[in-house]
Design a protein around this ligand. Structure first.
Ligand code: GDG
Length: 515
């Protein structure tokens, strides 16, 4: 078992020898419940471990609305060395910043779905306004030595807004979703304003190297940025690091959870109901980026092409908790997927066989781990995904003596690492159907070999490793000590003025952290 306290021991000390706290900011904050139930999900657990060791604050939106947000106090809860501090937003803020710009502009465009982007100047202004509001609230909590780590696309302008409040600390950002190539990214409203906002960070992290490269290309094309050694770029008068940090899970504890879940009553019920038939599993939030409709079509094509599969009554279980139902594009995909499920079952089903079992409610992580372990095939076929942790969880949950096979979209960030999966183009229904057939029929030896390779990747880059790498980079002590001492936090390269609130800031204007 990894000793998290050792992993997250502070990596930086200031000249005076004091050690800064960690401040995490994300759209949603896992404020512990009064029951004392632990945070669910690997990322929340890992961030809390880091916060526990250094002490610190987790800041974000409360998920609640209030008639007047500005005058309200932050709701705070302190558990040991961690303070959870959350702010309410007004209904208009939520509409414009969250549903409007974050979920109807940034999310679709970063997932290459320009056709689903809903441009609105009102929502764009709301997005920047709410980030200013967050910055005013957060700046009051920041002490000089603190290190700040901001998560995800809801909060891109937060560092820039903090700098305007005079915050000079080291600030890092992690983008959990893809960053598209310039030709697509240019469709973002306020494109250059967003790019400039990134330059207020000391480190900007992406899931994969192609994402980091895309981002760097955007800076070069739009701002004449200059790439420098050690992954640094100079843009908008500032030098900062752009790096790939592929997020992961804790494979050992997930494997343990899956083993223990064999005793879970839901898992037992499913096993009994399968009566020895092979099961294929899909687990996704109900989101158009996850490729659920294409996947159902591919399962249908597989059943069509493999009469033996229909005879063997191979069964697919698709677990799909609803998400963002207030956004019209999500309400539509909800209807469309339900219709596809009905059609498939109508076409292939029998009085004693429902080929596709479709569940809209969320299950416990333990049940999920146990279900992955029961499945012969994990079907993870997003049309585009920053990483996709389901792919990694499926691998970790497999029994080594009889592992299932991962069929993985080439457009998931996870495909960059999980090369031993069966990689597919999810738009190619025939090819995905063929990959399902190959996975179901794969001999034990090949399954074990592929699984061994996949597990090695997970063990080499666990969530703890990811957290430590990110924090070291943000603290500016990892690979590029010289670079960071040349350009400490807040330094303006060309003007030579060391201040986080210099004119370039004034010239323009984080299942789990988000839903
Ligand atoms: C974003 C990026 C990136 C799902 N259903 C249930 C449930 N889940 C859990 C899974 C997994 C998580 O939700 C989903 O994570 P993903 O990575 O697959 O996808 P997003 O939610 O889109 O996350 C993504 C991620 O951020 C991290 O950086 O990988 O690319 O889009 O952990 O297990 N958990 C429970 N019940 C469910 O029914 N308990």
């Amino acid at each position: 078992m990894v000793n998290l306290d050792l992993l997250y021991k502070p990596v930086s000390k200031t000249a005076g020898g004091s050690v800064g706290r960690l401040i995490v900011a994300s759209n949603r904050v896992p404020v512990p419940s009064n029951s004392g139930a632990p945070a669910a999900g690997g990322l929340a657990v890992a961030l809390q471990a880091a916060l526990r060791v250094r002490g610190g604050v987790w800041f974000g939106w409360s998920g609640k609305t209030a008639a007047e947000a500005e005058s309200r106090d932050l709701a705070k809860k302190t558990v040991g060395p961690i303070t959870f501090a959350v702010a309410d937003l007004t209904r208009r803020d939520v509409e414009e910043y969250y549903h409007g710009f974050a979920n109807r502009v940034l999310w679709p465009i970063c997932h290459y779905r320009l056709d689903l982007a809903h441009m609105s100047e009102r929502c764009a202004e709301g997005y920047f306004r709410v980030n200013e509001f967050f910055a005013r609230r957060l700046a009051r909590l920041v002490a000089p030595d603190d290190v700040i780590w901001i998560h995800d696309y809801h909060m891109i302008p937060l560092a820039e807004a903090l700098r305007r409040q005079g915050v000079k600390n080291r600030i890092g950002y992690f983008h959990h979703i893809p960053w598209p190539a310039p030709a697509t990214a240019q469709a973002l409203p306020h494109y250059e304003r967003l790019l400039r906002a990134f330059s207020a960070y000391d480190v900007v992290g992406f899931q994969t190297q192609p994402d980091a490269d895309n981002f760097r290309d955007c800076l070069i094309e739009a701002a004449g940025a200059k790439p420098r050694a050690g992954g640094r770029v100079e843009a908008y008068g500032r030098s900062f690091e752009v790096e790939a940090f592929p997020i992961s899970i804790d494979p050992e504890s997930f494997a343990l959870e899956a083993r223990l879940a064999e005793r879970n009553s839901l898992v037992k019920r499913l096993r009994a109901s399968l009566e020895g038939r092979d099961m294929i599993i899909g687990v996704d939030r109900l989101d158009y980026s996850k490729g659920i409709k294409h996947r159902i079509e591919a399962f249908g094509a597989y059943l069509e092409a493999s009469p033996e599969a229909a005879k063997a009554r191979v069964t697919m279980l698709q677990i799909t908790p609803k998400s963002r139902s207030e956004v019209p594009e999500y309400a539509r995909i909800q209807r469309e997927v339900a219709e596809e499920v009905g059609q498939l079952n109508g076409k292939f089903g029998d009085v004693d066989w429902t080929p596709l079992r479709y569940i809209n409610k969320p299950l416990s992580q333990s049940a999920l781990a146990g279900l992955y372990r029961l499945a012969k095939v994990g079907l993870v076929t997003p049309l585009r995904d920053g990483m996709n942790l389901v792919a990694k969880e499926f691998v970790a949950a497999q029994p080594p003596e009889d592992p299932g096979v991962l069929v993985l979209s080439q457009f998931a960030g996870a495909a960059q690492e999980l090369e031993a999966a069966l990689l597919v183009n999810p738009y190619d229904i025939g090819a995905t159907a063929a990959a399902i057939a190959r996975a179901v029929a794969m001999p034990l030896g090949e399954r074990q070999e592929r699984w061994g390779d996949l597990m090695r990747v997970l063990r080499d880059n666990s969530i703890d490793h990811w957290t430590r790498r990110c924090l070291q980079a943000i603290a500016g002590v990892a690979e590029d000590e010289a670079g960071s001492s040349l350009h400490p936090a807040g330094e303006v390269v060309r003007s030579g003025v060391i201040s986080g609130a210099e004119p370039w800031f004034c010239a323009q204007s984080l299942p789990h952290l988000r839903n």
